[in-house]
Every structure is written in C-alpha cells, then in structure tokens.
Design a protein around this ligand. Structure first.
Ligand SMILES: Cc1cc2nc3c(=O)[nH]c(=O)nc-3n(C[C@H](O)[C@H](O)[C@H](O)COP(=O)(O)O)c2cc1C
Length: 389
C-alpha cells in the first residue's frame, strides 16, 4: 500500500468532511457538485476515454442483469455501468463458450481473511455468464441505453467470445455476428461514435483447461482486439491467470492493442472451484500494477476489492482512471455511511465521504502531504492518477 493507515488532514478540513458526510447521509443527492463547491475537490474521472463525474461504476455481474438495476444505478448517480457478460453466438445461435451460460446458485456475501491476515469481503457464487440468448441481451441493452440517456450515464455491454486452445482457429463468425448485432443496437439507440465494449476474461476461465497454457492466453489477448474489428472501442477485462505475478505483467503488456484495460478480475480457488476477492485480490492487483510502473499501456480501469475511496486511490496512484465495483454494493447496509436513498446511493456516499476511508478525505491527505497541487484553488482526482507513458 502507498497510503498510510490513517489520513493526515488538518482538524478544520477533517471536521468539514465529517460535517458534510453527516449532513448528506440521509439525502445523498448531487454529492459530486456539493463536494466540489464546499470542499474544492473535483472528482471527475475517466472510463474508456469518456469523462465521468466520479470514478465509481458497477462492473459486469449480478448487479447489472435487469432493467430495474440499471434504473436504480442511474437514479443513485453511478458513474457508469457495465452490463452482465453475454455469451457470443454465431449466426445459427451456436455458442462455442456455451459452458459459461450456466445457471446460477445463490450468492453469499462472506468475510474473507487474506493470506496477509486482513479481513475483507468476498461474494461466493457458482454461476457464470448471462443465462439467456443474445437476442434477449440485445433487447436488454437497448432498454438500458434508453434508461441511462437522460442522465448520460455510460452503459456498456460485455461479451465472452470464443477462445481457442493453442493451435485451433478462432471462430471468427461468432465474433462478427455478435459484434454486428450489438453495433446495430448501439446505432439505433443514437449513441453515436464507436461502441464501447468489454471482453471478459473471467476467473472461471482461468480455472479451465484451455487457460493452462501461457502461450494460449497471450495469443488471445494479442489477437482478440483485431477480431472484434472497427467501430468498437474494445476494453479487455483481464483475468488473474493461475500463474505468477511476472506472467500477469506479461499478459498486461500483450494487451497493447486494446482501447482500454480493466485490471484484474477475481482470483480463482482451484480446490473450491469458485472465484474470490477481498484483500488477496487487491494485494495481487496492486503488486502487478507496481511492477508495470509507468510504462506505456492503454488507459486503465481498476477492479478488485474497491470497498473504500482509499482503495480507489491506491489503484489511481498506479494509473487507474476509474474503478469497477461489485462486492461493496452487496454489503449489509449497516456498513454504509449513507442512511437514505437506495443501497447504491448509500454505498456511493460511503465511498466518497466516509470520514476516514472515503475518497475525499484521502485526496485532501495527498494535498496536505504536498502530493496534489490545487489548480485554481481546486484539487482534482485525475491529477492523482499516475501517468502511463
Ligand atoms: C457474483 C459476481 C458475478 C460476476 N460476473 C461477472 C461477469 O459476468 N462479467 C465480468 O466481467 N465480471 C464479473 N464479475 C466481476 C466483477 O465485475 C468485478 O470485476 C470483481 O468482482 C471485482 O470487484 P469486487 O472486488 O468489487 O467484487 C462478477 C463478480 C461477482 C461477485
């Protein structure tokens, strides 16, 4: 970790944050504007080249499977939302990755102590991708883009396309058919510009036979962006492979053709055959990002145990311009500082304004430590993001 145990912020600023946190807890609305006006902290962030009001979005998963979830996310002021991963189809409806369209069991939100002894949270779940068809997903995508339009919240589809074993060809028809179908929805919805799309390399994939060979993984990462083709800003959501940190670095370096990278999806427990998170996940991700230093990479989005504003800042200090959260939005509501509004709004209030763990107090800490210079009297989240060049 780069940041110390507690934020070092002068008494006056500290009590301003605590007072604002208390005052907005029951009605956590329009927080980004209020924070800028009252505390001179600008939370503007970036996702896939888009400017977003703050860094916290929902990553693809069980919190982005229904229109209601999208509507709730828009109402709560999420910065962006990546829809549940759909399994790609060829023109006859066949799916080479059909095994990933499995039905799900119930999710269980659990405490998890990391190898280094820190207690965090993880969600245990045995399901995989979107269980329905591509046609159903397209309808969901269209409705979601419509629901998010008024507040201009980016909604991004996520796909799992064919990944061959070493020596086998890619099923290019599946790539073309699925991408074209999504581009059709994107165009009809009047989104304009290139479609932003994530390709999910999931933790369950890491536990699959075909990911046992390093050569195969590096080939997927290098070639998938070429197969998805024009009209798309493709982000690769990289898995945590079952190899060492150096391989994770090599994998990230191999992803140079992507428009952006999401680093890195959950770890996989081979014995229990489940994915997991918590501090083991953030420790690994931050360690790998440290090894990458400031070398040239596509823009980065962090994911993994972003359960506080402070953890978001740890990712930002290593180059991540925003964060994809899942687990934190599923915690018992007693964990949140927000006491009014829906679950997502309460969680966002915590991520931003927790008096000792929120993003705002930690940005003020950087300012007082002389590591974040105000511009026109305002400090900016994006100025804290490590540059990769
Ligand atoms: C129950 C569950 C389902 C998920 N499903 C997907 C998925 O379909 N596609 C994907 O790209 N990531 C998926 N994820 C990964 C999350 O989007 C996120 O990147 C990951 O959980 C790390 O963030 P967290 O520590 O905040 O949970 C899932 C995570 C969970 C917990």
């Amino acid at each position: 970790m780069i940041l110390p145990g507690v934020p070092v912020v002068g008494a006056e600023r500290r009590s301003q944050v605590a007072e604002l946190s208390r005052r907005t807890a029951r009605q956590p609305e329009d927080l980004v504007r209020v924070i800028r006006e009252e505390l001179q902290v600008d939370l503007t962030a970036r996702y896939a080249g888009l400017t977003i009001p703050h860094p916290f979005g929902i990553g693809a998963g069980q919190l982005s499977c229904t229109l209601k979830q999208v509507q709730d996310g828009v109402a709560a002021g999420l910065a962006f939302m990546v829809l549940k991963t759909v399994i790609a189809e060829n023109p006859s409806g066949g799916r080479s990755m059909d095994a990933w369209a499995q039905g799900e069991t119930r999710m269980k939100v659990e405490h998890r102590t990391s190898a280094a002894g820190r207690e965090g949270w993880t969600v245990t779940w045995k399901g995989r991708g979107w269980p329905g068809t591509l046609a159903e997903y397209l309808e969901f995508l269209e409705q979601s883009l419509g629901a998010a339009r008024e507040k201009d919240m980016p909604v991004i589809p996520s796909v799992k396309y064919h990944l061959p074993k070493v020596g086998e060809p890619f099923d290019t028809a599946e790539y073309r058919h699925t991408t074209d179908a999504m581009l059709g929805v994107w165009g009809r919805a009047g989104c304009g510009g290139d479609m932003i799309l994530e390709k999910d390399f999931s933790p369950t994939l890491a536990g699959d036979d075909r990911a046992g060979q390093r050569e195969a993984i590096l080939q997927w990462i290098a070639e998938v962006p070429c197969l998805v083709g024009g009209g798309v800003q493709l982000g690769l959501k990289l898995m945590n492979a079952l190899f060492d940190d150096q391989f994770q670095v090599d994998m990230t370096r191999a992803a140079g053709k992507a428009a952006f990278l999401v680093v890195f999806n959950r770890l996989f427990d081979l014995d229990r055959r489940v994915a997991f998170g918590g501090y083991d996940l953030s420790d690994r991700n931050l360690r790998v990002l440290d090894r990458l230093g400031s070398e040239a990479l596509p823009p980065l989005v962090g994911t993994g145990n972003i359960c506080s504003g402070r953890m978001m800042l740890e990712y930002a200090l290593r180059g991540c311009e925003s964060g994809q959260v899942h687990t934190f939005f599923q915690l018992p509501v007693s964990e949140y500082t927000g006491t009014g509004g829906g679950r997502i709004a309460r969680a966002l209030h915590t991520l931003l304004l927790h008096p000792t763990d929120g993003l705002v107090v930690w940005l003020l800490h950087l300012q007082e430590a002389g590591r974040l210079e105000p511009r026109d009297g305002v400090i900016h989240f994006l100025d804290a993001v490590r540059k990769h060049d």
